[in-house]
Design a protein around this ligand. Structure first.
Ligand SMILES: [Zn+2]
Length: 525
């Protein structure tokens, strides 16, 4: 769109009459483009709107399509908010204190945060302005001519951006940059062009999460907030306290929360980059754990290769994993015994799980069960030792041949107890028989990993975070959390600074610039 509401308000027939013919043509051409775009939007339905389904998060593909078809209103609502001029939207969110705290009419449940109608309070903290940045439009909105530097201009709005500067001599300094937006009247056609801050288009996946240049919290401070929340696992309230105590910067919980979600949205395009790496992995560790999202129980998945890790929050179905992995994945999948993974034939089982189960049986108070458990445990231990030593000194013959007797014995034990009255014994025997070839794969290919420990370690920080934060509240919160965790942990795996990288990402995304490339993996990985 070339013309904002501010532009259209200035344009009337009297003005058109004053324009020479060539200007009139320029202006009409731009108006025609806008008219066509507006008409296309009017004709948009849930089925032909904004983004193709393939650009959705892979694991949300089906849910998103379902939502769109069952809720045609949802898209219109987003377009309405998109059409709103930025200044107006910002005023609204400033009045609300927090844009996602608006209670919808007819909604019974009280939303978290400030309530509609409750007295608001603006920022009282005053900062010393350490710099100024003037934003000026480069082109006349009406006729498209360039606006020269000497064209008459006037500031119509301004915002302060509090940020943290990393000093070359070490340490940090708090800065406050005052941004001014100019109204510029060109010599071209006399139209006054309003300089607009960049604002990313509304996106149904990022309901109410705004990505824009007009922000109180600067990119580096935003990256610090992400680090404090995701890596240091501080609650919003603790982050508020820390920034207040250490930097003298007082932010509301709402602003901190918005900053985290916005940072998640800024990272959105990186998801495809990470997934592409995951899809090419030779060996992929996968694991999942329960994750509360509001009142629903979702699953937090982790997919981990040698130099890339990606998390996502969604259902526990095979569909989810299939969508995330795509059709191209041809590597080995290392996972636990969860049935969803059985669809992947090129698969490994984690021996630590089996070892733990066998040990559990061996410690049973039932003597018969303990005896069988002990035998299974002894065979599994023998095979593990053989696999580990084969890595150091490859044996002349295959381990499958060398340990044929033990393997046969294990098979007999499992077959004999596959209908055992003892539940745990029956289950373990069944598990071995059901997945026999996959479980024994490391015996014939001892170089393959024995455990799924890397995936379990990658989930551990999230399990601790879950205990502190009780999960996330809504789908966009979950999405932001998973994206930020993916970027941070991948940076860590690649021995790069995640918060420096995130600051660059946030800065670029807020002006619609291409994101900086992910730090590359060290050659050793
Ligand atoms: Zn003009």
């Amino acid at each position: 769109m070339h013309l904002s509401d501010h532009d259209l308000r200035q344009m009337d027939e009297d003005w058109l009459v004053t324009l020479p013919e060539d200007k009139l043509r320029q202006v009409s051409a731009r108006m025609l483009l806008d008219l066509k775009e507006a008409r296309d939007r009017l004709n948009q339905t849930a089925n032909n709107s904004s983004r193709p389904p393939s650009s959705r998060a892979p694991w949300e593909k089906d849910q998103a399509a379902e939502k769109a078809s069952s809720d045609p209103e949802a898209v219109d609502e987003d377009q309405a908010s998109e059409a709103k001029p930025p200044a107006q939207a910002d005023e609204e969110s400033r009045v609300d204190g927090k844009s996602d705290s608006v209670a919808l009419p007819g909604k019974q449940k009280r939303n978290p945060g400030k309530q509609v109608g409750a007295p608001g309070h603006g920022r009282t903290q005053k900062f010393i302005i350490t710099g100024n940045k003037i934003h000026r439009a480069g082109y006349c909105a009406a006729c498209g001519d360039g606006l020269p530097d000497d064209a008459p201009s006037q500031a119509y709005a301004a915002w302060d951006e509090i940020d943290v500067e990393v000093l070359t001599e070490g340490g940090l300094r708090v800065t406050c940059l005052r941004h001014a937006l100019l109204d510029i009247t060109g010599h071209c056609c006399g139209h006054t062009t309003r300089t607009q801050p960049y604002r990313a288009e509304a996106d149904t996946l990022w309901d109410k999460v705004e990505l824009s240049e007009w922000r109180l919290v600067g990119p580096t401070l935003a990256a610090i907030i992400v680090m404090l929340s995701l890596r240091m696992r501080l609650s919003r309230a603790r982050i508020r306290e820390l920034l207040d105590e250490l930097f003298g910067v007082t932010l509301s919980i709402g602003v901190i929360d918005q900053t985290l979600r916005e940072a998640g949205r800024a990272c959105d395009p990186l998801e495809a980059v990470l997934l592409e790496k995951i899809e090419q992995a030779v060996l992929l560790h996968v694991d999942e754990t329960g994750w509360p999202e509001g009142k629903a129980l979702q699953w937090l998945w982790v997919l981990l290769s040698a130099s890339t890790v990606i998390y996502f929050i969604g259902s526990r179905s095979q569909e989810m994993l299939r969508n995330a992995l795509g059709d191209q994945f041809a590597g080995v999948l290392m996972a636990d015994g969860y049935s969803v993974y059985r669809a992947w034939l090129n698969r490994l089982r984690c021996w630590a799980h089996l070892l733990r189960k066998a040990r559990g049986l061996e410690e049973s108070t039932d003597r018969r069960v303990a005896e069988v458990g002990g035998k299974i445990l002894a065979i599994v231990t023998q095979l593990i030792e053989a696999i580990l030593s084969a890595r150091e000194n490859p044996p002349p013959e295959s381990l499958t041949v060398l340990h044929e007797q033990a393997i046969r014995h294990l098979r007999e034990l499992c077959e004999r107890h596959s209908d055992d009255p003892h539940k745990k014994l029956r289950e373990l025997a069944g598990e071995f028989l059901h997945d026999w070839d996959v479980i024994l794969r490391q015996v014939s290919e001892p170089h393959l990993p024995l455990t799924n420990n890397p995936a379990e370690s990658a989930l551990r920080p999230m399990v601790i975070a879950r205990r502190i934060s009780h999960g996330t509240r809504c789908p966009s919160g979950s999405r932001a959390y998973a994206l930020l965790a993916s970027v941070i942990e991948t940076c860590r795996l690649r021995k790069a600074s995640s918060w420096h990288y995130l600051a660059e990402v946030i800065q670029a995304a807020r002006i619609g610039a291409p994101l900086p490339a992910m730090p590359s993996a060290p050659a050793s990985l």
